[in-house]
Structure formats: structure tokens, C-alpha cells
Write a protein that binds this ligand. Structure first.
Ligand code: DC
Length: 222
């Protein structure tokens, strides 16, 4: 293939999609786009500007799109997210953002708003994109599609350790509850639900490491 490939990686929260995609991007010289970061960026905006009585005000959010500028800037093969000119790559990972992101991601207007951004980035090829609806909706013609899953126990452990390692406050029970709740909302929403594309390769990585998952994916691509 002369043109560099377009690869879609979907799956459940904390299956290692982003770091595995990042490794594959480095190995194959592709750009990696973590689409969850876009939904998290919008959630961060909503929590700051459209939050009232303990909830995100949907109308406020969908009438604010013209004030939300999300941009990825290249840092090596990784794209770092900027919200209105500010690097928010750390702020979008907090538990507060995780607690509200599925509500934001199930709004059809939000999904529409982000669709073009994602497709534009993939238009030139040479991209690996991870998310929930990449193989089904965003890039249905991707050259390769993978769908990652793992047990809830293993995913909770990974997410908890990841939060601890980056110095964030983490409580293992809330981490587990958040993962279960997000997976449920993400899978049950009407627009672009989390689901395996018919032509995606399923990988359960409960008992294999990130490195082994990466190797497995690369073996299909080679
Ligand atoms: O990958 P992540 O955990 O950072 O994603 C955060 C949330 O964004 C996730 O709960 C669902 C949503 N999301 C989505 O709906 N579609 C995508 N393509 C990526 C993420």
C-alpha cells in the first residue's frame, strides 16, 4: 500500500486503547488521535461555563459551540489537545470530567460538531484513531479495525494505577463504578453507540499486556 494506512481502534474504557494506539503510531510513523480527548475537552468547557445545580446545562452547551475551539498540536507523533489556546491534556483526565463525559458524548449535537474534525484529520491517511465509534461511524472505510475489551476487574486496576501514577486522587470503588456507568451510557445511547464494527477484529486483553496487545495488532497489519 503506497498511502499510509488508516486504523480504527474502538473498545471499552481503560482497555489501553490510547497508549496502544500511541505505540503503534510510533512504530508505523502514523499520527495518533485520541478522540476521547475531544469529548473530554468539550466536557471540561461545559463544567467551567455551563454547570448549574450539580449538572451540565445541555442548552447552554449546545449554544456555545462557536465559543469552543478545540485544536490538536503535534508533539512528536502525538497530538496534544488545546482548548481555546490552552493545553488541557492533564485537566481532561480528572475524575470530575470522567463523571460527566458520557452525558456530553451522548448529545447528538456534540457528536455532529466533532464528526468533521475527526474525518478531516484522517483524510490524508497515516492515522490511527481510537474511540468508541471510529470503525462504525467516523471512519467506516478504515483499512484496519480493532475492538478491544477486557474484564471490569482488570480495567479498574489499570485505571486506578494510572491515576495514582499521575498523582491524581483515586478511589478504587468510584473508579470501578465510573467505568461501569460510562460503558452502559456509551453502549446504550441512541447516536453512535459503542459497538464492535462487523468487520473489526476483537481482542480481549484481560490476560495479556499492552505490549502483547500491540504486537498482536501489528501482526494483523503486517
Ligand atoms: O476514551 P476515553 O475514556 O477518554 O473517552 C471518554 C468518553 O468519551 C467515553 O466515555 C465515551 C466518549 N467517547 C465517545 O463517545 N466516542 C468516541 N469516539 C470517543 C470517546
Amino acid at each position: 500500500m503506497n498511502r499510509k494506512p488508516v486504523i480504527a481502534i474502538d473498545g471499552y474504557s481503560s482497555t489501553g486503547k490510547s497508549s496502544i494506539s500511541k505505540d503503534i503510531a510510533t512504530r508505523l510513523g502514523l499520527i495518533h488521535l485520541d478522540t476521547g480527548a475531544l469529548y473530554r475537552g468539550i466536557t471540561l468547557y461545559a463544567l467551567t461555563h455551563c454547570f448549574a445545580n450539580g449538572a451540565i446545562d445541555r442548552n447552554c452547551l449546545i449554544s456555545s459551540f462557536d465559543k469552543i475551539r478545540l485544536e490538536f498540536r503535534e508533539a512528536g507523533h502525538v497530538l496534544v489537545l488545546y482548548l481555546n489556546g490552552k493545553d488541557v491534556s492533564r485537566e481532561i483526565r480528572t475524575q470530575e470530567v470522567s463523571d460527566h463525559v458520557s452525558f456530553v458524548a451522548k448529545q447528538p449535537e456534540v457528536r455532529d460538531f466533532l464528526l468533521k474534525t475527526q474525518r478531516d484529520i484522517a483524510a490524508e491517511g497515516g492515522v490511527i484513531m481510537d474511540g468508541r465509534d471510529i470503525g462504525t461511524v467516523v471512519l467506516p472505510d478504515a483499512d484496519y479495525k480493532f475492538f478491544l475489551t477486557a474484564s471490569i476487574e482488570e480495567r479498574t486496576r489499570r485505571r486506578f494505577l494510572e491515576m495514582q501514577a499521575s498523582g491524581m486522587e483515586a478511589d478504587i470503588h468510584s473508579v470501578r463504578e465510573n467505568l461501569i456507568k460510562r460503558d452502559r451510557i456509551d453502549s446504550e445511547r441512541e447516536v453512535s453507540p459503542l459497538k464492535q464494527a462487523e468487520d473489526a477484529i476483537l481482542i480481549d486483553n484481560s490476560d495479556i499486556s499492552k505490549e502483547q496487545t500491540t504486537e498482536k495488532i501489528l501482526s494483523y497489519i503486517r
